[in-house]
Design a protein around this ligand. Structure first.
Ligand code: URQ
Ligand code: ZN
Ligand code: ZN
Length: 483
């Protein structure tokens, strides 16, 4: 049975341009854009009036952790509640993370996460973390790329004695990623420095959440970003740096890109709008709710992140949605290094960035689409299936009401967590409808997310351009001197 949806009277916004056009969706795909949409609408087509609104590609959040077992607990949002919250905010796809324990076979961890994600309400993919190295990891990476549609591998340079990978693993895995046509990504913080600084801060008697940023100053991130960039440069592989939070790493990326290196940066909505004063709140639960890594920074860093997004030196926005309730955060009541790291944001990302970015003139609507959807689709090789309103693309769209307003609150959010890092923020510019796979899943506050409706999205390896880069790097290899 054909399901069709006609969206009339709106302004379509893609990353390259905006234009008035109707959009017809048939059986989960975009079937027509423009005057032919209405002409080709089958009998009985549901119609949405988008006059005065923008029609955006569904948001893509390339950095979430639903149902993550971490620091002795599991996140409050599972793959259903987390993706449902995303749909309420206009995000129709996520890329989450498979994070094997050290020594755990990658395929075993991958199968576990795939089973957890079956309840997703929206489409999803996985970056797979490389937390250890062996012949089996080398082999499983190939299986994941060639058989499972994984084209990105994550490396935590922080979290010593847990999931941190050392330089040997970074080097081996980056090289393997290049061979396979996959994108290496990094959490860039020097885990050795964090470990030492945590001990030093605790030793002088600072045990509260205010100790968290003290143990992870910006240069701890800057060093790791520079190191990951240098390793990628020597090996001739691109690299994607997640949650760039500070001037030090933003400048490291800009310098590398100015040299022509393929380095990409991701910025969290939280790091654009929240500063480190939150850690000095007198109430433990309030301050602990903001404990995530890298930490929220002094305000001066926010301008560098906005400028990076405006200038194209930083590319995507995400949330790192990794939610822990107050009872879970209390694990660190007497020692901030034991507070489970992570915050929410998947429902709020698009609205807070529109409000602070587009309404202020920092971003055009097209630039907004680039950083909330299209660039992530391009960097993880699912464009234009995702990230574009074009014939043949998945019918994932948002009707965006630029005059709509809301005050963000944990009281009205859909996430299961009991806190909202954007609590009280008034925004103008919100989704009125979210369309996923051609069906309306959110309409004017009414969320109709369905568990299990989400699909696993395979992301193909990058082809010749990767291999060509590797070959060029090889050609540059010095030839042996004949003696
Ligand atoms: O580091 C990450 O990205 C995960 C473990 C979420 N937690 C966080 O603090 N960012
Ligand atoms: Zn991280
Ligand atoms: Zn993360």
């Amino acid at each position: 049975m054909t399901t069709s949806l006609l969206i009339r009277g709106g302004t379509v916004v893609n990353a390259d341009r905006e234009f008035k056009a109707d959009v017809l969706c048939v059986d989960g795909r975009i079937a027509a854009v423009g005057d032919s949409a209405a002409q080709n609408a089958p009998a009985g087509t549901q119609t949405l009036d988008a006059s005065g609104q923008y029609i955006l590609p569904g948001g893509i959040d390339p950095h979430t952790h639903m149902q993550l077992p971490f620091m002795g607990t599991v996140t409050a949002d599972d793959f259903f509640t987390g993706t449902a919250a995303g749909l309420a905010g206009g995000t129709t796809s996520i890329i989450d993370f498979v994070i094997p324990n050290p020594q755990q076979p990658l395929m075993e961890a991958y199968r576990a996460w795939r089973s957890w994600a079956e309840k997703s309400a929206a489409d999803y993919g996985f970056h797979v973390a490389i937390t250890w190295w062996s012949e089996s990891v080398h082999r499983d990476m190939e299986t994941l790329v060639k058989a499972e549609g994984v084209n990105s591998f994550k490396h935590f340079m922080a979290y010593k004695n847990a999931i941190m990978c050392d330089d040997e693993t970074l080097v081996n895995s980056f090289k393997r990623a290049l061979e396979l046509g996959a994108m290496p990504t990094v959490h860039a913080e020097n885990g050795e420095l964090v470990y030492l600084l945590q001990a030093e801060v605790l030793k002088i008697g600072i045990t509260g959440p205010e100790g968290h940023p003290l143990s992870r100053p910006p240069m701890v991130e800057g060093e790791a970003a520079n190191r990951a960039i240098a390793i990628a440069d020597v090996l001739g592989v691109p690299v994607y740096i997640v949650h760039v939070s500070c001037i030090e790493s933003a400048e490291a990326i800009a310098r590398a890109r100015a040299r022509g290196q393929r380095v990409y940066g991701e910025v969290l909505a939280g790091h654009l709008l929240i500063d480190d004063s939150v850690y000095r709140h007198p109430d433990f639960a309030h301050a602990a709710a903001y404990v995530m890594s890298p930490p929220f920074r002094p305000k001066i860093h926010q301008e560098a992140l906005w400028r990076g997004l405006q200038s194209g030196q930083l590319h995507t926005t995400a949330t790192d949605h990794c939610t822990f309730c107050a009872g879970q955060k209390a694990a660190g009541k007497d020692d901030f290094s034991k507070i489970p790291n992570g915050c929410g944001g998947i429902e709020e990302r698009m609205a807070v960035i529109w409000d602070a970015g587009v309404n202020t003139g920092r971003l055009t609507p097209s630039e907004f689409v680039a950083i909330t959807s299209a660039n992530a689709a391009k960097l993880f090789n699912i464009y234009p299936q995702k990230g574009s309103i074009s014939v043949g693309a998945d019918a994932d769209l948002v009707l965006w009401d630029p005059q709509g307003t809301k005050t963000i609150s944990a009281k009205t959010q859909h996430s299961k967590v009991d806190f909202n890092i954007f609590e009280g923020r008034k925004v103008r510019g919100i989704p009125s409808h979210t369309v996923s796979q051609g069906g309306v899943v959110y309409a004017n506050g009414n969320l109709m997310a369905e568990s299990g409706k989400g699909r696993y999205i395979k992301r193909p390896a990058f082809g010749a351009n990767f291999q060509a880069a590797a070959l060029r790097a090889k050609e540059l290899e010095p030839t042996a001197v004949k003696r």
